[in-house]
Design a protein around this ligand. Structure first.
Ligand code: THU
Length: 150
C-alpha cells in the first residue's frame, strides 16, 4: 500500500480515475452528501462504472464499488484487473477513502473468480494524492469462497 503524487500515476490509471470521477457525478447521495464513483477495468480491457445509491432506509444503500461490480457481472464481465475509486472532498477532508468492509469482501469474490489480485487506485477529486493498494492487501484473511463451495 502506498500513497503517491497523482503525477506518478500511469496513463491507464489516470484514465480509470477519470472514468470513476465521471461516474461519481451520477451518485445519488442526498443523506450523506458523500459522492463516490468507481470504475473497474476488465481483463478484456473494458471500463465499467458505478456510483453510490442511497436510500431512505439507510441499510439499503449500495456503495459505488459494489454497484460497478454488479453492473460488470450483468454485462458478462467477472474478470477484473483493476478498480479506481474517486470521492468528493467533503468538509475539507481531502484524503483518499479506504473502502468499507462489504466492498472489500465483494471485491474478494471477484478476485477469486479473476484468478489474480485486483489493483486499486483511490483518489479524491482534487487528485493531489492517490492511494495504491490491492484486494489482497486490504483483505488479508478473507472469508474464502471455497468455504461456501464457490
Ligand atoms: N460509500 C461507498 O460508495 N463506498 C465505500 O467504500 C464506502 C462508502 C458510500 C456509501 C454512502 O452512500 C456514502 O459513501 C457514505 O457512507
Amino acid at each position: 500500500m502506498k500513497t503517491v503524487k497523482a503525477s506518478m500515476l500511469k496513463r491507464w490509471q489516470v484514465r480509470l480515475l477519470d472514468a470513476a470521477e465521471s461516474a461519481m457525478k451520477t451518485a445519488y447521495c442526498p443523506y450523506s452528501c458523500f459522492p463516490v464513483g468507481a470504475a473497474l477495468l476488465t481483463s478484456g480491457g473494458k471500463i465499467i462504472t458505478g456510483s453510490n445509491v442511497e436510500n431512505a432506509a439507510f441499510g439499503s444503500t449500495i456503495c459505488a464499488e459494489r454497484a460497478a461490480l454488479v453492473r460488470a457481472n450483468a454485462m458478462g464481465n467477472r474478470r477484473v484487473k483493476a478498480m479506481a475509486v474517486v470521492t468528493g472532498v467533503v468538509a475539507g477532508r481531502d484524503v483518499p477513502a479506504a473502502p468499507c468492509g462489504s466492498c472489500r469482501q465483494m471485491r474478494y469474490e471477484f478476485r477469486h473468480i479473476s484468478g489474480g489480485d485486483i489493483q486499486l487506485i483511490v483518489a479524491t477529486t482534487s487528485r493531489k494524492k492517490a492511494l495504491l493498494t490491492s484486494v489482497d492487501e486490504l483483505l488479508p484473511l478473507p472469508f474464502d469462497p471455497d468455504f461456501a463451495g464457490g
